[in-house]
Design a binder for this molecule. Sequence first.
Ligand SMILES: C[S@@+](CC[C@H](N)C(=O)[O-])C[C@H]1O[C@@H](n2cnc3c(N)ncnc32)[C@H](O)[C@@H]1O
Length: 258
Amino acid sequence: MSEYLFEQAWERERRRLDALGTMYDPGSFAAIERLGIGPGWRCLEVGAGSGTIARWMKTKVGATGTVVATDLDPRFLEPLGAEDVDVRRHDIVQDPLEESAYDLVHARAVLQHIPQRDVALARMIRALRPGGWIVIEDITSPSPLCHPELPVWAKVLGAVDAGLRRNGADPDLGLRLHAMLSAAGLRDVDCSGRVAILHSGTPSIEFVLLSIEHIGDRMVAAGAVTADELDQALLALRNPGFTTAAATMIAAWGRAAS
Ligand SMILES: C[S@@+](CC[C@H](N)C(=O)[O-])C[C@H]1O[C@@H](n2cnc3c(N)ncnc32)[C@H](O)[C@@H]1O
């Protein structure tokens, strides 16, 4: 199994993934709609998390289309089985996957966490039918600027970054996606980015708070930040008026030759 830092057994992981969806789903839907998703399409959602995108895809492809939603740990996807989504426990690096089968393959905030991301991407591309589209979304690291000033914020962000990299993740993968899809020989490769502005009390800041809380003990144990610095940051993020910019989410897409 591939390593994954934000394991789903954590008691608030469902909330964290829902907050991620609230923050980024509208942009993901727009990126996919531009490619023409519609009735009859066969879609694969890799690392589907809480399943918000797979559920939306099913509404688009209708009864004549299919949606397969995979995850290393599909516990939050299981209810989608009743909505005619094919839910699979599946490691994109090594478990069997159909080839030349899908009109659309999508993965958001997944490849960045997978050390063998080149293998995973090649397998996703082989799963495309001739002319099928792949859409990959990943972030680049956020800026440490915030209002009001919070001197420990840069250190906390640096600790998150270091924790991800220690686990083989690439927190700047978004910047490399266009080049990766082009190098893979895909056609019509392009990309776009979006930045959520985080204010205290919104789902976006909830995602950041929960992410820090999920791996906080491990960041302290690694000596990247002290427990006191972490508490200062978490308190400041909850204070009314705190504003900062989230990571930039970059969507890159391309299509297999017809
Ligand atoms: C940050 S979450 C993103 C969830 C969802 N894609 C979203 O954007 O809302 C990353 C997801 O990728 C899954 N994942 C990590 N490594 C994986 C792998 N090798 N194969 C399949 N899923 C994986 C995790 O279990 C988790 O659900």
